[in-house]
Design a binder for this molecule. Structure first.
Ligand code: HXC
Length: 256
């Protein structure tokens, strides 16, 4: 049983819905643990091809749980190392989509930034208010945002701790799409279902190669892409995809 998330699946799409609405889905450790455990379960579940994270109407997540965090010390954090949990999110191999309504702040923004695609409501608010608490982002926020927007822009946002509108987030390439609030879920599921029809092995090999581009040198990235290209030719889906093309029919991919 989970206490802070709801989980369901729909036609190959696994959904994790945050469920702490009274505190705008503030992320306590138990909740992060539930999210990560469920992500890994979906990642291993053959019937799931795409994963969606979503919050509630008012908030995707308003950050780490400040009440829980305020008693921490440097040593308690060092010993507990809570961010090791977050590293596991980066190891999820299936497409991971965030559907963002309302606030995605601090750790909530970082959670969205761990996703491959972000679909947000036009009135969504993103930001890193940590500076106002006398701390800084700790689950990769300074790194993700800088890789997306560049040093100067990231510094300005993280230093000022101001909220970024969906329009600004879209402009800077922080999110993929911005839609009317009532359409966020529909648009995200439409995209998720579209992806769930693509060849699953291609999707995971593409995910690994594209993310590598942000971290590796061009040559290393090309080598990884090449290895994945060769690997794709071991799949039945490659045979099916090419055969379907020559037979002028829609391919049916099985993820094998
Ligand atoms: C604990 C939180 C919370 C949080 C909101 N709440 N955010 N509780 N941790 N991060 C609680 C409020 O205390 C309040 O509880 C209830 O949720 C509703 O929030 P309000 O403030 O009344 O709502 P509103 O006026 O609409 O303002 C929304 C808001 C504001 C702008 C999002 O709540 C806010 O500024 N929240 C904190 C955002 C933040 O600083 N996030 C970064 C955290 S640090 P009660 O009981 O009063 O109703 C962080 C570090 C990341 O994330 C490290 C890596 C994980």
């Amino acid at each position: 049983m989970t206490r802070f998330i709801k989980v369901y699946s729909e036609d190959g799409v696994g959904v994790i819905q945050f469920d702490r609405p009274k505190v705008l889905n503030a992320l306590n450790r138990e909740m992060v643990d539930e999210i990560v455990t469920q992500l890994e379960a979906f990642d291993l579940n053959e019937s799931i091809r795409v994963i969606v994270l979503k919050g509630s109407e008012k908030a995707f997540a308003a950050g780490a749980d400040i009440e829980e965090m305020m008693e921490e010390t440097s040593l308690s954090l060092e010993l507990l190392n809570p961010f090791a949990q977050w590293d596991r999110i980066s190891l999820i191999k299936k497409p991971l989509l965030a559907a963002v309504n309302g606030f995605a702040l601090g750790g909530g923004f970082e959670l969205a930034l761990h996703c491959d695609l972000i679909i947000a409501s036009e009135d969504a608010k993103f930001g890193f208010p940590e500076v106002k608490l006398g701390i800084l982002p700790g689950a990769g926020g300074t790194q993700f945002l800088t890789k997306v927007m560049g040093v100067r822009r990231a510094l300005e946002w993280i230093w000022l701790g101001e909220q970024m509108t969906a329009r600004e987030a879209l402009h800077y390439g922080v999110i993929n799409r911005s839609v009317a609030p009532e359409l966020v879920e529909e648009e995200t599921m439409r995209l998720a279902h579209q992806l769930s029809k693509q060849a699953p092995i291609s999707l995971r090999l593409i995910k690994e190669a594209v993310h590598a581009a942000a971290d590796l040198s061009l040559l290393e990235g090309k080598m990884l892409e090449r290895k994945n290209f060769y690997l794709a030719f071991s799949s039945e889906d490659q045979k099916e995809g090419m055969r379907a093309f020559t037979e002028k029919r829609t391919p049916s991919f099985r993820g094998k």
